[in-house]
Design a protein around this ligand. Structure first.
Ligand code: PXP
Length: 389
């Protein structure tokens, strides 16, 4: 492993930082070189600062090169970068950027020191160092985006809505699901509502047999539906709040308000080996509660971001989604997002690096009526594919 992380605070996702460090080594043409990264707190870095640099108090980052004072070479072992998580968090808050972004910046700063540059030597070197840091951060962003593409899961509820409107047997959501998969969807989502207004039990059972990618059953945490889910065994379930009067799911689950009940329900699904996702508003307390009740995934509600009517409101809502996604990832949860996404609003959400999958229904079905389902799915897929380029 070229980059090795030690996190004495236990507050970060080690794999994520190691991956960043590996990509940075690749970005500066040093793949295979060894870099050790230590994440510590303010007292920890203050001790090192005093012992090795004779300076008092904490700092944000320290770099200890294997070949201290030597000119830039091709050493296999580069040395150590030490970051104070406390200082990084304060700086991130002051700059209004995410903790992960600040850590990436400090990692780059430390790495450039290890590569032999020192901003304290001269102003000319400080300029060269700043330019190299900007360049490395840009390359890191490109590499990270290329790594993974967000997956697209299609919700076929509205095909059933149309069928139920006539009370006959077409159009069939099972056929629609197959077309979505053929067009490249990575999963199929259906919501089996207590009032059976669109998807029927028969649809869920048939889809279980025909879906080749991943069947995600959306449902209220209600005993009748839980029993069906445990019998049919979808690949995962997404728990949503459900009201009879609503046109569509209106808001996220209040996980904080029903921790005991959700812990019990999730434990039953865990026992059956069925991962559970909780559909929540982009609220950090709900994220933490989701982790506490044992969810595997959260699906961050993007409805308010999509419904925003001014650019500044949309930016604010987007920030909330981005922060909630990052917090969930950091807490070890897997992260999906959805609700209200359309051909205009999806790209920005699909570009967020921590989100694995988007769940989209209405916009794709509305377009499908005009251009055909295959084309509507492919066009949405292209948006997802291009978002992280
Ligand atoms: N995610 C959840 C939890 C939902 O309830 C819905 C709507 O069924 C969706 C995603 C998809 O929303 P839309 O149909 O607006 O794309």
């Amino acid at each position: 492993m070229p980059a090795l992380l030690t996190d004495t605070t236990g507050r970060l996702c080690a794999g994520l930082i190691e991956r960043k460090a590996d990509l940075l080594l690749a970005a500066c043409g040093r793949t295979g070189a060894e870099l050790s990264v230590l994440i510590t707190d303010d007292p920890g870095i203050a001790e090192l600062n005093s012992a090795w640099r004779g300076r008092q108090g904490p700092t944000n980052v320290l770099a200890f090169a294997m070949q201290e004072g030597e000119p830039l070479g091709q050493e296999r072992i580069l040395g150590d970068v030490v970051i104070s998580l406390d200082t990084a968090a304060r700086e991130a808050a002051a700059q209004g950027i995410s903790l992960h972004q600040r850590i990436a910046e400090l990692l780059v700063h430390g790495l450039v020191h290890l590569l032999g540059l020192d901003h304290e030597r001269s102003s000319e070197e400080a300029c060269r160092m700043a330019a190299m840091e900007r360049d490395l951060l840009e390359r890191l962003n490109i590499l990270q985006r290329r790594e993974t593409m967000v997956k697209l899961a299609i919700n076929v509820d509205h095909v059933a809505t149309l069928r139920q409107a006539r009370g006959i047997d077409e159009p069939d959501p099972v056929t629609a699901a197959a077309i979505c998969e053929l067009a490249g969807a990575a999963g199929i989502v259906v919501h089996l509502r207590e009032d059976r207004r669109h998807i029927q039990d028969r649809d869920v059972r048939l889809l279980r047999q025909t879906v080749k990618t991943k069947l995600n059953l959306e449902m209220g945490a209600d005993e009748e539906i839980i029993a069906i889910a445990l019998e049919v065994r979808p690949d995962m379930v997404t728990l949503v709040p459900e009201k009879r009067q609503e046109l569509t799911t209106e808001g996220g689950l209040d996980v904080l308000g029903q921790e005991r009940h959700l812990t019990e329900v999730i434990a039953r699904f865990r026992e059956a080996d069925i991962p559970v996702s909780l559909f929540i508003d982009p609220d950090l307390d709900q994220v933490r509660a989701s982790r506490d009740v044992g969810a595997t995934f959260v699906e961050i509600h993007t409805g308010r971001y999509c419904d925003a009517t001014s650019e500044s409101d949309r930016d604010k809502e987007f920030e909330l989604v981005a922060r909630a996604a990052e917090e969930a990832y950091e807490k070890g949860l897997r992260v999906n997002a959805g609700h209200g996404l359309n051909y205009q609003t999806t790209a920005r959400i699909a570009a967020l690096p921590f989100i694995e999958e988007l769940s989209i229904g209405h916009a794709v079905m509305a377009r499908a009526i005009l251009v055909g389902l295959d084309q509507a799915v492919r066009e949405m897929l292209a948006i997802c594919q291009n978002a992280r380029r």
